[in-house]
Write a protein that binds this ligand. Structure first.
Ligand SMILES: [Zn+2]
Length: 161
C-alpha cells in the first residue's frame, strides 16, 4: 500500500504544483480580461482587501496574481518535492542496509555449526595439562616405570615434575 512513498510524494507535488498554477493563472486571466473589457471589479476579502478596481488596476492585479500564483505553487511544491526526495533517498539507504544485514549474518552463522573452535580447545587442554607432567615413563631417580600424570614416584617418592 505504501510502496515507494517518496515517489508518490513527488507525484503529488507535481499535481499540487499544476493545480495551484492553473488556479492562479485562471484567476489572473479573469481579472485581466475584465480589465481589458473595461468593467469594474469589486473585490471583497473581509479584513484583508476590499476595493473596486479600475480597468488598469485590474490588469496589473491580474498579472500580479499570476506571478504570485507561480511563486506560491513553486514554494508549496518545492518543500513537498524535497520531502519526497528525502523519503526516497531514505528508502534507498534502508534497502542498502537491509540487503547488507542478512549477508553479514550468513558468514557468522556458517562457522558456528562447524564447531571447529569448540573441538580445538578440547584437544589443546589435555596437551597443555600433561606437558609439564612426567612423560618419560620412567622415574629419573630410580628408574621405576611411571604412568603419565603421576606427580610422585611410587617407589622413591620423589617429585616427577
Ligand atoms: Zn623413583
Amino acid at each position: 500500500m505504501f510502496k515507494n512513498p517518496g515517489g508518490k510524494l513527488k507525484g503529488l507535488a507535481k499535481v499540487v504544483f499544476w493545480l495551484e498554477l492553473i488556479l492562479f493563472i485562471l484567476t489572473g486571466l479573469i481579472v485581466i480580461i475584465a480589465g481589458i473589457s473595461g468593467s469594474e471589479i469589486s473585490i471583497n476579502m473581509p479584513g484583508v482587501y476590499s476595493t473596486r478596481m479600475s480597468p488598469v488596476v485590474s490588469i496589473v492585479a491580474g498579472i500580479l496574481i499570476i506571478a504570485f500564483g507561480i511563486f506560491m505553487a513553486w514554494l508549496s511544491t518545492i518543500s513537498l518535492y524535497a520531502f519526497g526526495t528525502l523519503v526516497e533517498s531514505n528508502e534507498k539507504i534502508l534497502q542498502i542496509v537491509g540487503s547488507r544485514r542478512p549477508a553479514a549474518a550468513a558468514p557468522q552463522a556458517a562457522p558456528a555449526p562447524a564447531a571447529a573452535p569448540a573441538a580445538a580447545p578440547a584437544a589443546a587442554q589435555p596437551a597443555a595439562y600433561t606437558l609439564p607432567q612426567n612423560t618419560a615413563g620412567k622415574c629419573p631417580y630410580c628408574g621405576t616405570a611411571t604412568t603419565p600424570g603421576m606427580k610422585f614416584c611410587t617407589l622413591c617418592g620423589k617429585a616427577l615434575q
